[in-house]
Design a protein. Structure first.
Length: 133
């Protein structure tokens, strides 16, 4: 398993996630925790957090959880489903990715996004596969 510093370096090339403010807080085999501090750039026209922020966090958490511990990262997402549960009232979001199923060729992860007030904000399910690259 790579150290947290090695994982952060590995994923520093994920420029979109970095631009959005996604930060790797924790990683272990088949698990990751990503945070993002909300700023005005994350807000939509009515003041809420843009849905793309949640999806970016979930996608990044999935990528880190599935690939950080592999010798040769090769897991890619093939489908995603996002359910918006509550309006974000906090100033910081946390996405936690947990493996639901690890098969020979496919994986399934559940990503829970919460805000710093303790509210569940979104629930995301992502299916992935080993690309064999």
């Amino acid at each position: 398993m790579r150290s947290i510093e090695e994982v952060r370096e590995m994923f520093s090339h994920d420029r979109y996630a970095a631009m959005c403010g996604c930060y790797i807080e924790e990683v272990k085999e088949k698990y990751s925790k990503i945070t993002c501090t909300i700023s005005d750039t994350h807000r939509n026209a009515v003041g809420g957090v843009m849905g793309a922020v949640y999806f970016t966090m979930a996608d990044f958490a999935f990528a880190v959880a599935t690939n950080a511990w592999l010798d040769k990262p090769d897991v890619v997402s093939v489908s995603s489903n996002i359910n918006f549960l509550n309006f974000c009232r906090g100033s910081k979001l946390t996405a936690e990715a947990v493996c639901v199923k690890e098969g020979r060729t496919t994986v399934c992860y559940e990503i829970t996004i919460t805000d710093d007030t303790g509210r569940d904000i979104a629930l995301v399910t992502i299916m992935g596969c080993h690309s064999g690259r």
